[in-house]
Structure formats: C-alpha cells, structure tokens
Design a protein around this ligand. Sequence first.
Ligand SMILES: Cc1cc2nc3c(=O)[nH]c(=O)nc-3n(C[C@H](O)[C@H](O)[C@H](O)COP(=O)(O)OP(=O)(O)OC[C@H]3O[C@@H](n4cnc5c(N)ncnc54)[C@H](O)[C@@H]3O)c2cc1C
Length: 418
Amino acid sequence: MMTHAAYDCEVLVIGGGIVGLSTAYAITRTAPGTRVTVLEKERGPARHQTGRNSGVIHSGIYYRPGSLKARFAVRGAAELVDFCAEHGIAHAVTGKLIVATERSELPRLHGLVQRGREHGLPVRELGPAQIAEYEPHVRGLAAIRVGTTGVCDFGAVAARLAAEVDGAGGQIRYGAAVTAIDRRPWGVAVRTADGRVVRARVLVNCAGLHSDRIARLAGDEPGVRIVPFRGEYYELARERLVRGLVYPVPDPAFPFLGVHLTRGFDGSVHIGPNAVPALAREGYSWPVVRPRELAATLTWPGSWHIARRHWRYGAGELHRSVSKRAFTQAVRRLLPEVTEDDLRPSTAGVRAQAVLRDGTLVDDFLIREAPHTVHVLNAPSPAATAALPIGREVARRALLRARATGWKPPAVESGHCV
Ligand SMILES: Cc1cc2nc3c(=O)[nH]c(=O)nc-3n(C[C@H](O)[C@H](O)[C@H](O)COP(=O)(O)OP(=O)(O)OC[C@H]3O[C@@H](n4cnc5c(N)ncnc54)[C@H](O)[C@@H]3O)c2cc1C
C-alpha cells in the first residue's frame, strides 16, 4: 500500500493541448487542493491541434442529438464565449452561413435546419439575394445562417487555462515527453525523456495525435488507431471578398466539414482545410515522413478499409493538395471571384482521427477507462469549442478513479462537474 506522500500527484495529465489543460483546470475547480500535474512534450501549450485549427467556435448544429459532440458543443460554445470575455481573450460571435451550391445539397441543408432547431439554435433560411446581403461575393442556391457561431484565439484560451491551473497550485511541465508508463496495483509510474518519474493515482491521456500510443504504453488496448489527416490552408490576399464564416454543406460520409472561408479573430481570412493523409502524426507538410508512424498506420486494417471505401474522394483531395489550380477551382464554387494569385499558402494542422479496425471513422468523442487510467481517444472538431465541458467530464471520471484508490478529496467538491 502506497502512502499519500509517496504519490507525486493524484492525477497526472499527459498533453498540454486544450483538452488536457481544461481537464486539469476542472480538477482545480471541482476538487481544490487535489494535486494535479500536466506533462507536455513541447516547450509551451497548444503547439499541435489546438494551435493549428480554424479558430471557429462551433454552434453544435451538425451533431446528432444525444451525442457527446452535440451535448458538449452547444454548451461549450456558450461557456467559451463567457470564458474569453472574462479573461480578455480575442473572440467574436459573428454567425455563419452554410451554403448549398448544388441542388443535390438542398435536402441536407434542410436537414441541418431541422437539427439546428432541435438544438434550440437561432437558424435562418436564406435565398440567393439574402446570401448576398451577408456575403456579397459568395454565390449559392440557398443557405442557412446560424447566429451563435463565432471565432476565438484557441491558443490564448489554452494559455489562460494553463495559467489558471498554475495559479491554483497545479504543476505544468513543458519539455516533458512521456516515454514509458508502468502500471502498478496502486496507480501509475510515468517516465519522461529526461529520466524523471512521476507517480500518480490516475493517469489521464489527452495526448491528441499520440493518444492511442499512450494508451498502449499504459497497457490498455485502445481498440482504435489514430490516423492523421492533414488539413492545409491558404490565406486570402483580398480579404474584402469574405466578411465572416462561410461553410459548404458537409458530406455526411466524413467527419470533416469541408473547405470553408473563415475570417478569424485577427481579421485575416483563411480558406481550408482540405483532408489528406499525413505521412507522420505531426506531418504538417508532404516532406515530413516518419517511417515507423507511417508503418503503424498502414498495418492497421482500418486504414485499408478507408482507402477502399473513399479512394475517389481521397484522390480529389490529393489532387487539390498538390495543385493550387485545382484547389482554387474548388473554392470558386462558393467564391467565384477568387483567383490563384489571391491564395497564399498558410500553416497546416493535422487532425487526430480515431479509426476502428473495420475502417469506421469514429465520429463522436471517445473516452475509455480502465483501473487508474482515463483515455481521451477521439477529440476531433469541435473539441476545442467543447473543451470546458469535455474537461469537466474527464475530470469527473479521473476523480472517481482516484477515489477508488482510497483517496479522499482534500476539500468539499463544488458539485460543478458531478
Ligand atoms: C485543421 C483543423 C481544424 C480544426 N478546426 C476546429 C475549429 O474550428 N473549431 C474547433 O472547435 N475545433 C477545431 N479543430 C479540432 C480541435 O483543434 C481539436 O479537437 C482540439 O484542439 C484537440 O485538443 P487536444 O488537447 O485533444 O489535442 P492537442 O491540441 O493536439 O494536444 C495534445 C497534446 O499532447 C501532447 N503530447 C502528445 N504526446 C505526448 C507525450 N508522449 N508526452 C507529453 N505530451 C504529449 C502534444 O504535444 C500536444 O500538445 C480543428 C482541428 C484541426 C486539425
């Protein structure tokens, strides 16, 4: 039996992206005095998905009622706006248009109207003339406007969460890559690349693109593999062509929303992301190849099922990735005036997409537990929007697991997350 003093902390979080930091934040709020440590391999927070995304506060309109995505995104969007306002973080609630450019998309657009209303969202249907009132340079057959969508600086949100954790007595160690995890009857012992060991009652895995590997290091078979999909962006030189946020009608076969036009919190306009396979988990451009990571993707049967099922769509995405002309052509469906000269390459992001053995792209957030471990195995978009409620849910599970080791919270829980 380990004594309380022999543990370095109660809860050890791997990953200093928005989900890991929100989890640590929720623990400091709901069970103050609980010892929590975050290990992040980079030199600061939000260096991967959290700092390389579209920066959109999603309304929740797309997500199946009853799913974790729907529950957490609708609530998370409102909480995130409050959090940004409270902490002086750049944000704006701008609303967005979802635009149908082909007749075949109209039934799906109508389906989104119904879904938005089920979620209690302010949704307005627009014809071509009304589209032009919002976005004079965008063309479409019909559109809907969702009033609660916005933009924010997710990197700044993550940095603020880190500061709050630090201020509440939590520890955040940057440059601390987890390389080994030893599972014991009393908890976990985690080793970082510099040889240091942290002992904890519960391990929380929020390692994003590496979450399946961390689960296996801990001795838990995740049942999924992370298949990395890069999303490439261009920056629009003639910013005046886009006033706000403009999305296509998404293809229900994919969990990605399609190339959209986004005026960010800083006024710049980005166009993207597409979805191409990345040749490394942090493969932000074609030349970045990690043979071992690529081999892990290729030996997962699910990857081949995806390739067989979606080769036509994938071939189109690959073509648009290597040909700026083809990309521009695709964007012209929404924004006919855009030219190749208007588009400047911008930073890319890589999505951590969990894939089942049979090739199913996991759509909802996926959290799996085992004794002493809680693994966040699928936290794709809108997880940045939904980070505050997701963090509370993961914290709730971690605290229950910590109690199962005989530990009692040092302070009365506020009930906030339970
Ligand atoms: C192109 C793109 C566009 C998107 N657009 C949006 C959007 O507009 N709105 C929205 O809500 N969501 C969006 N998302 C999704 C959103 O960015 C993610 O859902 C969210 O950032 C996930 O956060 P995370 O903390 O799980 O992962 P991450 O931010 O990737 O953090 C994981 C962290 O774990 C660390 N880590 C990994 N392995 C180890 C290890 N061994 N030891 C220590 N640390 C480790 C990594 O360094 C990383 O910092 C987008 C994502 C992408 C890629």
